[in-house]
Design a protein around this ligand. Structure first.
Ligand SMILES: C[S@@+](CC[C@H](N)C(=O)[O-])C[C@H]1O[C@@H](n2cnc3c(N)ncnc32)[C@H](O)[C@@H]1O
Length: 176
């Protein structure tokens, strides 16, 4: 068994996204309008990647346990990246949100969608970052809890998408 398969069994932060969640966000943002997509927390079995293959999207998928050990904090986005989209490990959300906005501010990515716990909208630190970028922010709140693949109902966290600079999203807030 490779390290990734071992990690999937052990790590409580490996929470795989079901296909309906991927198809839903792809429709909402019109994924086919993006030309250089980055999935930074996604290995070979990720539905983000599998659906992207079906749609013949242009993308780069990286993961800390892939052949190159692609740590999100050290990996460069693909050239002309116009979308970062993923379900990141929730336990590192503060650092991930910080780096994602830094990538926007340095023009390394144009837009992003991060699947996060609904509680991402609280705390002073995160609120300050979100407020600073309010002009292009959209929040998509799940009406029902997501049953993540391979997780029992005990992983029962309310979730939302935090999206930035997605042209197809016209409202600030949606319930999906
Ligand atoms: C919440 S899971 C999501 C998996 C996949 N994106 C999906 O939605 O099905 C997050 C994944 O990110 C990986 N990960 C953790 N830290 C990472 C890092 N610094 N860089 C890249 N991947 C990381 C974890 O091993 C885990 O598999």
């Amino acid at each position: 068994m490779n390290k990734y398969e071992e990690e999937k069994l052990k790590d409580k932060n490996h929470v795989a996204t079901p296909r309906w969640v991927v198809e839903n966000i792809y429709d909402l943002i019109d994924i086919q309008s993006f030309k250089s997509i980055w999935f930074p927390f996604n290995h070979y079995d990720s539905n983000f990647k599998l659906k992207a293959d079906e749609l013949k999207l242009q993308y780069k998928a990286t993961h800390i346990f892939d052949d190159c050990g692609n740590d999100f904090f050290k990996t460069e986005p693909p050239k002309d990246c116009d979308l970062l989209i993923s379900n990141p490990p929730f336990d590192q959300q503060n650092e991930i949100i910080k780096r994602t906005f830094e990538l926007v501010e340095t023009n390394q990515i144009k837009a992003f969608c991060l699947l996060l716990p609904l509680s991402t909208l609280e705390t002073e630190k995160r609120a300050d970052i979100y407020e600073k970028h309010m002009d292009k922010l959209n929040i998509l709140i799940f009406k029902k809890r997501i049953k993540f693949i391979g997780k029992s109902n005990s992983f029962n966290t309310a979730c939302c998408w935090v999206c930035y600079n997605i042209e197809n999203l016209k409202e600030k807030i949606y319930w999906i």
